[in-house]
Design a binder for this molecule. Sequence first.
Ligand code: GTP
Ligand code: MG
Length: 171
Amino acid sequence: QGRTHQFKLVLLGESAVGKSSLVMRFVKDHFDEYRESTIGAAFLAQTITLDDDTVVKFEIWDTAGQERYKSLAPMYYRGANCAVVVYDITQASSLDKAKSWVDELQRQAEPDIVIALCGNKTDLESRRVVETDVARAYAEENGLLFMETSAKSASNVTDLFTMIDQQADTT
Ligand code: GTP
Ligand code: MG
């Protein structure tokens, strides 16, 4: 019989980078081309079983990226064990926004929070403006996990959450 891990995870990042789409892909294995912008925040849970029979339960707060909801974020990241800060590889400004969330988390969240930087929309490679190496170097300098994903193609989405489990379990 395997072990059970449980995580409270928060997603942060600029509006339209694909936070809700990543959660929908992870929880329901589904993608919508026309997803409505999140209002406030949404809660979803997902349980996965790893190859070694470890059961991993994620309680996920998918926050709203629109500026008007910014003041709500501390309610969701306080008490979180892990955070996924998402940017869109086709929008340079979204990486700047992600960096400001990382700064805020490192100042205000739990000191041992595991933070993953996630570059989403890799299916749009022809429109890429944020180079992988640049984002990875920033992540390494700041002690963050790093993954590039596509909620649309499902590339690396489960891997993102599995990587977080592996890191958070050892801290
Ligand atoms: P807020 O709720 O406003 O903070 O936005 P969000 O970060 O939750 O973004 P959302 O998941 O609503 O996605 C915004 C748009 O990007 C939608 O039209 C999605 O279909 C699209 N989208 C999300 N992920 C991907 C992806 O991996 N590839 C592509 N091509 N489009 C994506
Ligand atoms: Mg959303």
